[in-house]
Ligand binder design. Structure first.
Ligand SMILES: [Zn+2]
Length: 223
């Protein structure tokens, strides 16, 4: 699908400059995890911004511009909402390189497990898809890299180190639960902040999962 965006880069830049009241150098990105980045002290301000903003409405642009200009201390809510749910005609265009999803592993079918987790804890409200991820290098394997949630694609990836029979199914499910919580997080909330940890702690296997992970850390990092 190809849709003409509302602005081109030049137009977006001049709109933002007008609202922010400062010169801006704008780079468009297709970054899936970082939608806007800039450091406020630069002049001109170098801004990297995701391409979905070419389709932003006026109120979203005003929010971004005020933030860039220092008149809003944090990312304004209207901007967060836009990032969380860009209009559907935009969402389809942003990610041209769609990943191929692979829910069926050697041992576990993530689609089935997600379905159970979704029904049991989230009343079916999780719309994310799920896939085994690529192998993660040994150095980077720690608690958080057992899974990842990609908001822009609405996909949960689970590390293939969990696709072994020696890893209990309930632990895989717990990891999926963890990522589901990320999927429900409002934009701007700390990924592992208090609200998140409270919700995580409500899972009946929370304590067991921490223990199991600690006891089996070698298993999870040795492949
Ligand atoms: Zn996490």
């Amino acid at each position: 699908m190809s849709v003409m965006p509302r602005f081109n880069r030049q137009q977006l830049r001049s709109e933002l400059e007008r609202i922010a009241r400062r010169p801006i150098r704008l780079t468009l990105t297709a970054n899936a995890s970082n939608y806007i980045s800039f450091s406020p002290s630069e002049n001109p301000l170098r801004v990297r911004i995701q391409r979905i903003f070419l389709d932003a409405s006026d109120d979203v642009l005003v929010g971004v511009g005020r933030w860039l200009g220092g008149r809003a201390k944090r990312c304004p809510k209207v901007v967060g909402r836009f990032i969380n749910s860009p209009p559907p005609e935009v969402a389809g265009v942003v990610h041209t390189r769609r990943r191929k999803l692979k829910p069926q592993g050697r041992c576990y079918h993530l689609g089935l497990l997600l379905e159970q987790v979704n029904a049991e804890y989230f009343e079916g409200s999780i719309s994310a898809r799920i896939s085994w991820g690529h192998r993660i290098s040994r150095r980077r394997v720690h608690a958080r890299t057992l899974g990842a949630y990609y908001r822009s694609e609405n996909v949960i990836f689970i590390s293939p180190v969990l696709d072994q029979w020696i890893v209990p199914e309930w632990f895989v499910s717990f990891t999926i639960y963890h990522e589901c919580l990320h999927a429900l997080q409002p934009f701007g909330q700390k990924p592992h902040g208090q609200a998140f940890r409270r919700a995580l702690g409500r899972h009946p296997h929370y304590g067991a999962a921490l223990q199991w992970e600690k006891a089996n850390i070698d298993l999870l990092t040795s492949r």
